[in-house]
Write a protein that binds this ligand. Structure first.
Ligand SMILES: C[S@@+](CC[C@H](N)C(=O)[O-])C[C@H]1O[C@@H](n2cnc3c(N)ncnc32)[C@H](O)[C@@H]1O
Length: 418
């Protein structure tokens, strides 16, 4: 028999999009609630040893609560905070970061701004959708349900660019028409300033139709877009890049510019500086940095991204950016002591390997700007850098992922006693 619903009073937000409540002293993480509410919550089991639940009825509502606009909210695992006013979402993110820092023995700078979006919707230019072949026939695309492997078919997603939503409809129609079986997921990217729609699909077994046929059919269904299956144009600040589906690109194009501006302002490179850009992707930050710095050494493990970075260097006529392919923790061993004054880091969620921290401490750049999409690993790594002789100078949270629990933050560290 399922456990009976619990009446709970909710407290602080937790990382991951829930709020903390107590049931007879036992911690329960409640989704779809807000701090300061009384809710009837349905127990959903345990995750990592901690009980979690979903708010089914709001008995006493927070004044910060709003109606979630998406019809899939509450089932779809993509969004956690649509029911909170946007300003409240930003406050929640600050609290979560403060908490992560304090767990790592640090104090998040109280003056750090939280930079939100003027319009926190339709900001994603890239999305990855799970493919489903329902027993009744047809083809659907969707997202995982909250904390589940099962897939919820979706018809709308107000976080994605409208062109992506339209493309979902075109794939839903074209895939069964062509009798294509075995698609696992479809990734779609749109050109921020152009007409390009780039797609890639993961397949199980052999497809019944070549991707070319699918591209052609989707192109017929979306005559106002240019459907691409290799790469598309990505431009910002007068810099031009080519992007492929297998290379990282910031999904929130509008807010990416706020993120990069914040990172550049914190790093404040001068023409006398040689900069290390670590986890460089296709070199978007590297090329922006190169306009202000003497030179940039970009390190990235994905050879496709490095190839596109080198292509961008040629397209933009840049002469002071050098790319190196490799894992940061290994590639830094080849970097000469004293060759770089400043470093910018933008690792994936896992943060820095210990060897990368050790190499950074060996090289000892005067300033480090650490851009991160995961506050827990960033706080852990910053604590290690602080133990190694750095001091936190500035920080900012840049909301790259409105309506969701994901948090991006930028921190400036300076070497002390240099
Ligand atoms: C968060 S992305 C940042 C990319 C870039 N800075 C940007 O803004 O587009 C992280 C990048 O690090 C790369 N990466 C992941 N682990 C790495 C490692 N150990 N060494 C080098 N690159 C790595 C990934 O391929 C990805 O391109």
């Amino acid at each position: 028999m399922p456990d009976a619903d619990l009446t709970l009073q909710t407290g602080n937000p937790a990382h991951g999009g829930s709020v903390v409540a107590r049931d007879d002293g036992r911690v329960v993480l409640v989704h779809y609630a807000l701090p300061g509410e009384t809710v009837e919550a349905r127990p959903r089991g345990k995750r990592g040893g901690v009980a979690w639940a979903t708010a089914e009825r709001i008995l006493e509502s927070s004044p910060e609560r709003v109606a979630a606009p998406c019809p899939h909210f509450g089932q779809c695992g993509g969004c956690q905070w649509q029911h909170a006013r946007y300003e409240t979402q930003l406050e929640i993110k600050r609290k979560v970061v403060e908490d992560q820092w304090s767990r790592a023995g640090l104090r998040f700078p109280p003056a750090a701004p939280v930079l939100g979006m003027a319009d926190p919707w339709r900001y994603r230019i890239r999305g990855e959708f799970e493919a489903i072949y329902p027993a009744a026939g047809g083809f659907e695309l969707g997202f995982h349900r909250l904390r589940s492997h099962s897939v919820l078919p979706i018809r709308t997603c107000p976080l994605h660019d409208l062109r992506i939503e339209r493309a979902l409809g075109a794939f839903r129609q074209a895939v069964p028409e062509l009798g294509i079986r075995g698609l696992k997921h479809v990734e779609l990217t749109v050109e921020p300033a152009g007409l390009g729609l780039l797609w890639r699909a993961a397949l199980e077994g052999r497809p019944a139709a070549a991707p070319g046929e699918l591209t052609a059919r989707v192109a017929e269904l979306l005559p106002d877009l240019v459907v691409l299956d290799d790469s598309l144009d990505y431009e910002f600040w007068g810099l031009r890049f080519r992007v492929r589906s297998d290379t990282f690109v910031q999904a929130n194009y509008r807010q990416m510019q706020v993120l990069y501006q914040t990172a550049l302002d914190q790093l404040a490179p001068t023409p006398g500086d040689a900069v290390l850009d670590l986890y460089a992707g296709i070199g978007t930050i590297s090329l922006a940095l190169a306009r202000r710095a003497g030179s940039v050494t970009a390190i990235e493990e994905n050879p496709q991204a490095v190839a596109l970075g080198r292509l961008a260097v040629r397209i933009n006529g840049v002469t002071n950016v050098e790319f190196r392919t490799g894992r940061v923790e290994k590639a830094l061993r080849e970097v000469r002591l004293g060759a770089h004054q400043v470093a910018l880091l933008d690792p994936p969620r896992a943060g820095l390997e210990q060897a990368a921290v050790a190499e950074l401490l060996r090289l000892g750049p005067q300033r480090i700007v650490y851009v991160s999409c995961e506050p827990s690993t960033q706080a852990r790594d910053i604590a290690a850098l602080v133990r190694g002789g750095y001091r936190v100078r500035r920080a900012a949270i840049v909301d790259m992922f409105p309506q969701t629990y994901h948090i991006e933050s930028v921190v400036l560290l300076e070497r002390t006693g240099a």
